[in-house]
Design a protein around this ligand. Sequence first.
Ligand code: SAH
Length: 272
Amino acid sequence: MRMGQTTSEAVGRLYDEATDLLLAAMGGNIHLGYWDGEDDDSPIGAATDRLTDLVGARLRPAPGQRILDVGCGTGRSAAQISAAFGVHIAGVTVSAYQVEVARHSAPGAAGSTEFVLADAAARLPYPDGSFDAAYALESLLHISDHEAALSQITRVLRPSGRVVLADACLRRRPDEAALAVIAQMSAAFQFADIPTRSEYHERLAAAGMTVIEYADIGEHVRRTYALAAQAVRVAADGLDPQSAAEMTATADLLARFGVLPDIGYALITASV
Ligand code: SAH
């Protein structure tokens, strides 16, 4: 479901400004954490790294392959997956600040990484068929034109290359009260679109991809919102009154969005 208008410039500005706070709130990644269940008391950093592991495993990478990270943040996922599988990962982001931070991060002995400022919905700066696999970890929801971004991904993948998407999904049409929270959250965090399961299927098919697996892991990742809200409240402490009030409002919004039963989380494996 379309949420609002975003532009890659506005998303870039958001991440130029908010990356450090988000990293602190989400334990070094800018994506949700995965917990096995209620009894799993993993800290947020371990849980967000675990979601990266789930994405990496679904890519089924072979050593030496080239993999694309669409919306790479500060490169932590790329470093983790490249080191785990001995692959080369190229990451693109619309935040110049993130490129700078990512280029200073170490990929680990077994793998290698490179990072570029580029808009995936415009043109990915790579030749046709130049990657074995690609993933987008919580970046598609910022992109208004999914068709453009997904067809760019298809273009740069080799035949039968795998794609893993991890992002919010909408389980059903929300009521008015929930829609108001989703609209506020979308405005605050530059969400352009939260697709339903059938929208994901239609869009992937339109871009020439076939879905291999669609899992809604929403209940495994939900805890992240409350923990991130808590971290943002802590960060607000000691700021000037106006900034503190803004941060507290953001924390409240995260907490309210996080409990909406209409919001799930799609972990999708597809192939071209
Ligand atoms: N995947 C990273 C970062 C997620 S935050 C992680 O899991 O930690 C969202 C990321 O998507 C940011 O890096 C942002 O710059 C990127 N992004 C959003 N729109 C984009 C676009 N049009 N092209 C490329 N990257 C984009």
